[in-house]
Design a protein around this ligand. Structure first.
Ligand code: GLN
Length: 487
């Protein structure tokens, strides 16, 4: 067992009762990082000195009951800016880039007293589902280091699953919090679009990008979201109202709630029979606690993979324009004129996945194709939103699988049909701006499996309520990876 196989609430009690200090927790985090990161490579950079300094200040101020994050070590995905620290987004392009301001999500975590121990590994610019496209090497899954941890927030997932920290921030553009959380047995929240400020998040696809927490328990997740959510006047897509109270009704149970299920997304032939059974059993568990189950339909969900490919790549292409060899990061040494400065800098420092997506995005929004591809996709995106609105006239939340199977081997591949379904299951939520919570529902062949609970915009509190009801009567979230560092 690692020290951090418990949860934030129990660590908080120990801090308040002075059984441990914030400095002890930072020491524990680094002991576990030293013991296990050689195997999993969860971190791109760490900052022990700064973490210890913050912890000392916190210990001298004292921690009051209810200041849940004060003195808790956390990890942050390396696409969130921390002023004066390297922020690489997993790319050679930003290998030496030092952020010049703090991302809002980080500032808010810090304000709440959380102690950031380091920045986690990720697929380059968050483009990927395995954390294998990082310039800084692959991250491995703590449950089995021959497997991927998922991605793109694979470093954050691995770090929490290996007991290095009890919580981490990730980003989710098309599943990058929820899929790695499921591959590593964690709880992941992709909040409503605009609930958590994107200021200081290195953009992948602007209309899909979100920032959210990865934790062991539903309650811990609510605590972290509470700290980072809320209006940010410096971010133009920030939702205008303050965050709701995510803990107030978290123990209210599911009696009287109606859960929607989409038959074709559970019975889909790409989903392994073990995953199907676990999802069905999880739904039965909630039913036994008083939830009503109702079938709904999302006729346009089958287009979500294509919509994500078109809209996501078009927007990634525009996000990548800022890397011109002049303003940020890498600059080629060899160039003759402006054009070759652009070309050589980008050729040298972008990985192949990033290059592919730039080329695809350029094609999708090129003059002769933008109407047929990008604008058509935008129209179908509206139809998908309408599907969800209609479903929510009848149900409170919708449950679907989030992955079709458990984590695959490093350097292995997912079958096309499996990958496409998984992208659709995750990205339909980003395309519609809705929130979704994923949580562990069991294991098969020694690897964790999760499911997804999707809500209406700003309905995160209800998702936590359903998730908490599930974790109150099950113990899947208490299972932990066995690995180096005594974990
Ligand atoms: N796997 C998806 C992709 O490669 C999701 C990425 C993300 O959410 N950042 O695009």
């Amino acid at each position: 067992m690692s020290f951090f196989d418990t949860n934030i609430i129990s660590l908080h009690e120990q801090l308040v009762n002075k059984e441990v200090t914030a400095v002890d927790l930072v020491e524990q985090a680094f002991a576990q990082i030293e013991a296990s990161d050689g195997d999993i490579n969860a971190f791109i950079s760490t900052n022990k000195e700064k973490a210890l300094e913050q912890a000392q200040t916190i210990d001298s101020e004292g921690i009051q009951e209810g200041e849940y994050l004060k003195g808790i070590p956390v990890a942050v995905k390396d696409n969130l800016l921390i002023k004066g620290e390297k922020t690489t987004a997993g790319s050679r392009y930003l290998e030496n880039y030092e952020a010049i301001f703090d991302s809002t999500a980080y500032s808010k975590l810090k304000e709440a007293g959380a102690v950031v121990v380091g920045k986690t590994n990720m697929d380059e610019f968050a483009m990927g589902a395995t954390t294998e496209t990082s310039y800084f090497g692959k991250t491995a899954n703590p449950w089995d280091i021959s497997k991927v941890p998922g991605g793109s927030s694979g470093g954050s997932a691995a770090s929490v699953a290996a007991g290095q920290v009890p919580a981490a921030l990730g980003s989710d553009t098309g599943g990058s919090i929820r899929q790695p959380a499921s591959f590593t047995g964690l709880v992941g929240m992709k909040p409503s679009y605009g609930l958590v400020s994107r200021l200081g998040l290195i953009a992948m696809s602007g209309s899909l990008d979100t920032v959210g927490p990865m934790t062991r328990t539903v309650k811990d997740n609510a605590i972290v979201l509470q700290a980072i959510a809320g209006y940010d006047e410096a971010e133009m897509t920030s939702l205008p109202d303050p965050a709701a109270d995510y803990l107030e009704n978290i123990d209210a149970g599911v009696e009287g709630l109606t859960i929607g299920i989409v038959d074709e997304l559970i019975d889909h032939e790409a989903i392994s029979s073990d995953v199907k059974e676990l999802v069905q059993a999880a739904i039965e568990t909630l039913k036994a606690q008083g939830a009503q189950i109702k079938t709904v339909s999302l006729p346009h969900a089958s287009y979500a993979n294509d919509l994500y490919a078109l809209i996501g790549r078009a927007e990634s292409f525009t996000s990548m324009h800022r890397y011109d060899g002049i303003r940020f990061g890498h600059r080629a040494e060899d160039y003759e004129d402006l054009e070759s400065l652009y070309v050589n800098s980008r050729t040298e420092a972008f990985g192949s996945e990033t290059k592919d997506r730039i080329v695809e995005g350029a094609y999708i929004i090129s003059k002769d194709r933008i109407d047929d591809y990008f604008f058509k996709a935008a129209q179908v995106r509206t139809l998908l939103k309408e599907d969800f609105s209609k479903a929510y006239e009848e149900v409170d939340v919708i449950i679907t699988p989030i992955t079709a199977d458990t984590a695959h081997n490093l350097a292995g591949e997912r079958e096309d049909q499996v990958g496409e379904l998984e992208t659709a299951l995750a990205a339909m939520v980003n395309l519609t701006g809705l929130p979704a919570l994923t949580l562990p529902i069991g294991q098969t062949q020694g690897l964790p499996v999760g499911m997804q609970i999707i809500g209406q915009v700003k309905d995160e509190a209800r998702l936590y309520q359903v998730g908490q009801a599930f974790q109150t009567t099950t113990d899947h979230h208490q299972a932990h990876a066995e690995m180096n560092g005594g974990n």
